[in-house]
Ligand binder design. Structure first.
Ligand code: NAD
Length: 459
């Protein structure tokens, strides 16, 4: 049996950076995943394919609205299989890059499914079912990620009732699509299909879309998404789904409607398949693998990171876990702090937020000042035809950033200014000493910070 210092189950944005970091420190490291899954959900079934489809959707939108830029484009159409092909090429390129990087770092790769047993013995069933081998490790890290939650009350026929996995590989754009759940997946994929002509209806049972986003922004975005072609119903529940003659019948708040396809986007759950047929027990807590401050599970020297453990289910949080765990193993006294994990929604307009929102500040009785700036007053945004949107910054009475929410162009990039300002405790006065190039979208962030203390030039 081959022995390693560390075996990682899962080659996603948690597992592969941890493997590379520790191998480069001289550890004997192995990583187990299916060849087609390196990069994890993010690269193969999540962030990257969705962003590729959103980029095609945005380009199509611009083509249809070329006249806004003084251009003419008399005929517009799209080729869905080519759009999917472009998406697959991007994911393949990135996947191959990760595998090369791991090999260069000296990581041993096992392609297949890993099952964890006692004494940190891992049975790897090769993807082609040719053989099962056993390896053992001094330490194991479960970077096993998550899978779509598809509650048993909904039909299992994946031809009609899609999870995000089926939606990302749909053979054609459906005429009508019901999206169950107004979270990130529902809104992002809903926008893709709406842009390509589907009649999309998003049903969210909570009073607002996008859990975690502040109430006011979520409400403000409803007409924005309506304009983008999405019918969004909030505070309404999809109570039942059934297949009728190859289509879907949905009961929404007591009424019945028909759709060609349904996308079930009601959250994700931890992928526990590494314990299938295993006699090992790993404690869980609220559906996540229970860990201590050093990412150790209930089994000694078995660790877990990423979507499998507490904290937001986000690729960058998984990579952060990997970084903290690697630092801890190198003797650094660090523990994870998830208070500044940025959230981003890559729709058009983009939405991003970090830190505390207004509701949370009020609930915690923290005094704050609000700063706002509008993209309609930002030169770079207007030249790009992106004048819709705003930045809201929330500052403490001594000028430190407590939280920020942005909707508008490049929100997912601008939010880094907010995270940096908050993480390093930069005061509003020091921040406004930082020269922002003109014209840029990030000037709007500076303006919002200045406005919070009444020092903004434009209002
Ligand atoms: P989510 O938890 O973000 O949203 C699911 C939504 O479904 C919730 O708002 C919930 O109230 C609603 N819901 C549940 N049951 C319902 C019902 N019967 N009828 C109507 N509404 C119902 O989950 P998601 O959108 O599936 O995303 C899963 C995870 O993946 C999240 O943690 C998300 O952050 C992550 N993700 C992130 C990104 C990104 O960073 N851009 C993109 C995709 C996914």
């Amino acid at each position: 049996m081959q022995n390693f210092d560390l075996v990682i189950l899962g080659g996603g944005p948690g597992g592969y950076p941890l493997a590379a970091r520790m191998a480069r420190k001289g550890w004997q490291v192995a990583i187990v995943d299916h060849a087609s899954e390196f990069g994890g959900t993010c690269l193969n079934w999540g962030c990257i394919p969705t962003k590729a489809l959103l980029a095609s959707a945005r380009s199509y939108h611009l083509l249809k609205n070329a006249a806004d830029f003084g251009l003419s484009c008399s005929e517009t159409s799209f080729d869905w299989p080519k759009i999917l092909e472009r998406k697959s090429k991007i994911t393949l390129q990135l996947r191959q890059g990760i595998v090369k990087m791991l090999e260069k770092s000296g990581v041993t790769i096992f392609n297949g499914h890993g099952q964890l047993g006692k004494d940190r013995v891992i049975k790897v069933s090769r993807s082609d079912n040719t053989e099962t081998i056993e390896i053992q490790a001094k330490k194991v890290c479960l970077a096993v990620g998550s899978i779509p939650a598809a509650p048993a009350v909904f039909p299992a026929d994946r031809n009609i009732f899609w999870t995000s996995n089926e939606a990302l590989n749909a053979d054609k754009v459906p005429e009508s699509l019901l999206v169950v759940g107004g979270g990130v997946i529902g809104i992002e994929l809903g926008q893709v299909f709406a842009e390509f002509g589907s009649k999309v209806c998003v049903v969210e049972m909570m009073p607002q879309i996008l859990p975690g986003l502040d109430n006011a922004t979520a409400k403000r975005l409803l007409p924005v998404f309506k304009k983008a072609g999405l019918e969004v119903l909030v505070g309404k529940k999809v109570e039942a789904l059934a297949a009728t003659n190859g289509r879907a019948t949905a009961t929404i708040d007591g009424s019945t409607r028909e759709f060609d396809k349904v996308l079930i986007a009601v959250g994700r759950r931890v992928n526990m398949s590494f314990l299938q047929n295993s006699d090992l027990e790993i404690e869980t807590e609220k559906g996540f693998i229970k860990i201590d401050d050093h990412y150790m599970t209930s089994q000694s020297d078995v660790y877990a990171i990423g979507d499998a453990v507490k904290g937001p289910m986000l690729a960058h949080k998984a990579s952060y876990d990997a970084m903290i765990l690697a630092a801890q193993w190198q003797g650094k006294k660090l523990t994870a702090d998830y208070s500044l994990v940025p959230s981003c929604v890559y729709t058009h307009p983009e939405i991003a937020w970090v830190g505390l929102n207004e509701e949370q500040l009020k609930e915690r009785q923290i005094e704050y000042k609000t700063g706002r700036s509008m993209f309609s007053a930002n030169g770079k945004a207007l030249t790009a035809g992106e004048g819709d949107g705003q930045i809201k910054t929330l500052l403490s009475t001594d000028g430190k950033l407590l939280g920020a929410v942005i909707w508008g162009p490049e929100a997912s990039n601008i939010i880094n200014e907010a995270t940096m300002m908050s993480q390093f405790g930069i005061s509003n006065h020091d921040f406004s000493m930082m020269i922002h190039p003109h014209p840029t979208l990030s000037e709007a962030f500076m303006e919002s910070v200045e406005n919070a203390s009444g020092e903004g030039v434009h209002g």
